[in-house]
Design a protein around this ligand. Structure first.
Ligand code: FAD
Length: 397
């Protein structure tokens, strides 16, 4: 794989970089810039997504007929890389853009694609992912939320949990059991559910960061039209695999750039910090830890190119996505641990304290990073996937 930009790609990269710079708020990326909070933050992310869409930078690889740009995967990857370099925010509709969109493109009927894809891009409709349940996380196929056919509707009863963005979502990708008698992977179906349907109750869960971005979602006799079945009756497991492969492989090429940008900020923090009575940047132990992180980040960058190359050749991310998921989540946690050590006693000061370094941003990122090795499949599950599907080892019992 040639990692250098051709002339067209270089021109696109310049255009993307200029667009991002011109559209980020003044002061973005400086320690003085404070992100808006609560609803204002959601509005900020919505506005950012709309700007990207109107600027022609969303759905770069999606067909034009569904609101995309027909530009190709390389352009999408370049744009992702430039966003990561600028540490630009994620668009609000992350689930819709990175999970629902690719799943609909792979399995949707023409009617479903026309109905949903454009509104995902324009952020008119926010999506959430209703997969996990209290008794079905790593063992997703143990899910018990049921859907029974009643004429041309499914009637859904059950509960989901950890559903990110459900409190603001318009639609949900819902995994349900439609054949309780079938082996557990076979009796599952995939529904597209309008979150305003009567019988749906969303209860936010507060995380240790203080935010409440995920939720419990309860379904009581929720009627979902049969035309909202995605990928065929009892075929939901295959469809869910497309979603999960995209969840693990989606960061692909941008993930190296994203964590390298964060690393640069950590180095900059070192330059203005003191440890063990001297300048942090001169501390031999810290320098060694930074060098180790740098090596890991280079390995991550190369792995991300490898994963991207798989996507370019095969169209869908393979089980190699698990390497990248393990890599970014665990490297980020090590990086955040290092920052806490660097801050010393100040690491205890959260946002709101006048003495918190950089407005408490590092504490927030440290706390959030604990979720990284759980969300999108835990580290243990990624390791099992790699053992079985990449290395070909015997399945564990
Ligand atoms: C920030 C965040 C956002 C999330 N957003 C969503 C969302 O939008 N939609 C959604 O559906 N879900 C979401 N999830 C849920 C996430 O997918 C699950 O938390 C994850 O799959 C783990 O499931 P669990 O929490 O039930 O843990 P469990 O499966 O109960 O696992 C508990 C522990 O046991 C280990 N374990 C379990 N089985 C095995 C095994 N076979 N071998 C070895 N170890 C094992 C796990 O690794 C883990 O350490 C989110 C989670 C987080 C943290």
């Amino acid at each position: 794989m040639d990692l250098n930009d051709g002339s067209q790609e270089a021109a696109f990269r310049r255009r993307a970089r200029d667009f991002i710079r011109a559209n980020l708020p003044d002061g973005w990326g400086t320690p003085d810039y404070i992100l808006p909070k609560g609803d204002a933050y959601l509005e900020f992310l919505r506005d950012w997504q709309r700007r990207l869409y109107e600027g022609g930078f969303l759905g770069l690889e999606w067909p034009k007929e569904y609101g995309g740009q027909d530009a190709g995967l390389v352009e999408a990857a370049i744009f992702g890389e430039e966003q990561a370099r600028a540490r630009a925010p994620q668009p609000l509709n992350v689930v819709g853009l990175f999970l629902t969109g690719p799943t609909l493109l792979a399995h949707g009927t023409e009617e479903q694609k026309r109905r949903h894809l454009r509104k995902i891009l324009s952020c008119e409709e926010i999506w959430c992912q209703g997969f996990s349940e209290p008794g079905a996380g790593s063992d997703l196929a143990a899910l018990r939320t049921r859907a029974e056919l009643d004429g041309d509707h499914f009637v859904v009863n059950g509960q989901k949990v950890w559903t990110s963005l459900a409190h603001i979502a318009d639609w949900c990708m819902l995994l349900v059991r439609t054949d309780p008698a079938a082996p557990k992977h076979r009796g599952v179906s995939y529904l597209l559910v309008d979150m305003k349907t009567p019988g749906i109750r969303v209860k936010p869960l507060r995380q240790m960061t203080g935010d409440a971005e995920f939720n419990e979602v309860f379904f009581e006799d929720v009627r979902v039209p049969r035309r909202n079945l995605l990928g065929g009756l009892n075929n939901g497991w295959q469809v869910a695999m497309t979603t999960l492969m995209n969840e693990r492989g989606a960061p692909s090429i941008s993930v190296g750039a994203q964590y390298y940008a964060l690393f640069s900020e950590v180095v900059e923090l070192c330059r203005r910090s003191r440890v063990r009575g001297g300048a942090a940047a001169r501390d031999p132990l810290l320098r060694q830890q930074l060098a180790q992180l740098y090596v890991e980040l280079q390995a991550m960058r190369l792995t991300s190119y490898r994963a991207f190359s798989t996507i370019l050749k095969g169209g869908t991310p393979g089980p190699e996505g698990s390497i990248l998921k393990l890599n970014w989540s665990e490297t980020n946690q090590r990086m955040q641990d290092l920052v806490m050590a660097l801050l010393g006693p100040a690491s205890q000061l959260m946002e709101g304290s006048p003495y918190a370094i950089d407005g408490g941003r590092w504490q927030y990122e440290f706390l959030y990073s604990r979720a990284n090795t759980i969300q999108g499949g835990t580290s243990e599950i990624q390791r099992s996937t790699l053992a079985e599907r990449v290395l070909g080892l015997a399945r564990s019992r």
